[in-house]
Design a protein around this ligand. Structure first.
Ligand SMILES: Nc1ncnc2c1ncn2[C@@H]1O[C@H](COP(=O)(O)OP(=O)(O)OP(=O)(O)O)[C@@H](O)[C@H]1O
Ligand SMILES: [Mg+2]
Length: 345
């Protein structure tokens, strides 16, 4: 069932279009992510949904009710800000209890609820700590508990993991996902980190300069990017400007590749792991001879940069025994037609 619907949302700041006719529908219980580079309008859209910012055009509908002009405090939406925005002069308990106190809940209810949500975010025993005495990850959990204790229908998270170091980020990613599925709370998550988006989301909306360019599951976005921007932004890819004629993509005067079908497009994209590399050739379709220019090993994976005439291709292989090719070695790359995506800008 649909929980939130955005129709033709438009927002301008100082005559610059920040959001351009955004249409989205978010289902109940979904973990939905806004993904895009810095400045593409993610936070602005989240603020419009929360009611902190007014759009010039468009409607925000929540559970079938038009909420476009409803004040933030009446929206039943919880927001965790990127900088956590905790109250610095209050301890952990007081921070989490703040909203319930404002609602004039009884002391007993407040104690019960704050205890329950601090336990949920793994902060039992931290009640009396001042927030300035907490690590980034702990502050992030207090901010999360402070939102969750209000039992919002929709949880908005604005890059909540970006201030944490890599290890803590991985850990919090899993914890956050676990809490979300335990509570079944519909969550809108903002990030510019593709790995975060791919690993956590049910669905992702990709933004490019205020435009929502694709909505889909992580698998759909990764394997069938809608355009060059999405293919480039999500995951590594080999992207070439080409001429397409007679079922072939012509890369330059000497290199052309057979395609599955003759669709229109100006670019082809092939993921590094879809290229096979070998020191032998069976002369199969789309096999190119090249020289290994660079080898970098990151543990389970080996990444090669291979030059084929004037072109450079990135190839990723699993680092299994006997899999390594050396710098300067001649190799053969095979680009299967079904792995070549035809794209436009
Ligand atoms: N209050 C404001 N006044 C003027 N311009 C603004 C305001 N808020 C945002 N902008 C501009 O709107 C654009 C989108 O900003 P927004 O904060 O939504 O981007 P974002 O996608 O969240 O980026 P980031 O990943 O860096 O947080 C930016 O160009 C920003 O400078
Ligand atoms: Mg932002």
């Amino acid at each position: 069932m649909e929980l939130l619907s955005l129709k033709n949302i438009e927002k301008t700041y100082e005559q610059k279009c920040v959001l351009n006719k955004v249409n989205l529908s978010i289902k109940e219980g979904e973990f939905f992510t806004f993904l895009g580079p810095s400045g593409c309008g993610k936070t602005t859209l989240l603020r419009i949904i929360a009611g902190f910012v007014q759009a010039e055009k468009g409607t925000v509908t929540f559970e079938g009710n038009n909420m476009t002009n409803t004040p933030a405090e009446k929206r039943n939406v919880g927001m965790v800000f990127q900088n956590y925005a905790l109250f610095p002069f209050m301890n952990v308990f007081e921070n989490v209890a703040y909203g319930l106190k404002n609602k004039k809940d009884s002391k007993q209810t407040i104690l019960q609820q704050v205890t329950k949500y601090l336990k949920l975010v793994n902060l039992e025993g931290y009640e009396a700590r001042n927030v300035s005495e907490l690590s980034g990850g702990e502050q992030q959990r207090v901010a999360l508990a402070r939102s969750l204790v209000m039992q919002p229908k929709l949880l908005l998270l604005d890059e909540p993991l970006s201030n944490l170091d890599a290890r803590l980020r991985d850990k919090m990613r899993m914890e956050l996902k676990e809490i979300q599925s335990q509570l079944g709370i519909t969550t809108l998550f903002v990030t510019h980190d593709q790995t975060e988006a791919l690993t956590m989301s049910d669905r992702i909306a990709v933004f490019d300069q205020g435009n929502c360019v694709q909505v889909g599951t992580p698998y759909e976005i990764y394997t069938a990017p809608a355009n060059v921007f999405v293919a480039n932004f999500i995951g590594d890819t080999n992207l070439f400007k080409v001429q397409i004629e007679n079922n072939k993509a012509v890369l330059n005067s000497t290199v052309s590749l057979d395609l599955c079908k003759d669709s229109l497009g100006e670019y082809i994209s092939i993921r590094p792991q879809d290229i096979t590399i070998s020191d032998k050739t069976e002369g199969s379709l789309n096999t190119l001879s090249g020289i290994v220019k660079k080898v970098s090993m990151s543990g389970p994976l080996i990444e090669y940069i291979v030059t084929v005439e004037a072109l450079e291709l990135k190839v990723i292989k699993l680092n299994t025994i006997g899999a390594e090719y050396k710098r300067g070695q001649q190799v053969y790359l095979t680009l299967e037609p079904r792995c070549i995506k035809i794209l436009n800008e």
